[in-house]
Design a protein around this ligand. Structure first.
Ligand SMILES: [Zn+2]
Ligand SMILES: [Zn+2]
Length: 248
């Protein structure tokens, strides 16, 4: 089967993330992703995925594939990305995550920053949960939860001094069934490979963790796939069936 190169940035926040800029609306995300030469993106808001379908809809007909996802904060305050096949309904998973978030009194100013939008960038609501909090799920529970819903689990920005599995645990547990380990754009891929390759039994990837439109695509990977699906990305990370992944 003929393989094609798909440039992917699989760690992008929207206006739903409390720390994501309000300008991260679906159409802006899609426009910036195309301008940055991306073929596949994943929408990964903190502890939620309620804008992912709207970004997918906004991308219809543009040639951009949008994978739904989220960035879970574990009990240990380590961030782990859950990435799913396009079209996956994540309602059941989100209900579990919301139930495990801190039950703090809702502050209006806080909720105002957790904007749910539709594909036309219209505000349809505000997420009332404490999305910036850590769940009561351990790193093992989190990876298991992602896998049970058919997703891929990627440890976020392991080079960062906070909220990463290495900053919180001191190491990457080799028995944690991660599908990949991400480094931030602060390091080049070669620097990351030198620093984290020996510490990681899992494949390394480097994505943008964009919170602002201009950050989209500042780090990405080139996947050589038959089609732009999570299943194909999974094969590339495992080096199966001739699929490959290289730093962009
Ligand atoms: Zn993070
Ligand atoms: Zn992030």
């Amino acid at each position: 089967m003929a393989l094609r190169r798909f440039r992917a940035d699989l760690h992008i926040h929207t206006c739903l993330s409390p720390c994501g800029e309000l300008t991260m609306y679906p159409r802006a995300v899609v426009e910036k992703a195309r301008a940055a030469g991306l073929d596949i993106i994943a929408v990964t808001d903190h502890n939620s995925a309620e804008n992912a379908a709207a970004v997918g809809e906004a991308a219809a007909g543009t040639g951009l594939t949008v994978l739904p996802g989220l960035e879970l904060a574990t009990e240990e305050e380590a961030h782990i990305l859950g990435l799913f096949e396009a079209g996956t309904a994540l309602g059941e998973l989100l209900a579990i995550v919301y139930e495990k978030l801190p039950d703090i009194p809702s502050k209006r100013s806080f909720i105002d920053d957790q904007v749910i939008v539709d594909a036309e960038d219209c505000v349809t609501g505000f997420n009332p949960h404490c999305l910036i909090g850590a769940t009561r799920l351990t790193v093992y529970d989190t990876v298991d939860l992602i896998h049970r819903h058919g997703g891929m689990a990627v440890a976020s920005h392991v080079d960062r001094e906070a909220f990463s599995i290495i900053s919180q645990l001191g190491f990457i547990p080799p028995d944690l069934k991660l599908d990949a380990v991400e480094v931030s754009p602060l390091l080049s891929f070669d620097e990351a490979r030198a620093a984290f390759g020996p510490l990681s039994p899992f494949p390394l990837v480097r994505f943008s963790d964009a919170h602002r439109p201009e950050e989209i695509g500042r780090a990405s990977m080139d996947f050589f796939l038959a089609k732009p699906t999570l299943e194909e990305i999974r094969k590339a990370l495992a080096g199966r069936d001739g699929r490959e992944v290289r730093p962009a």
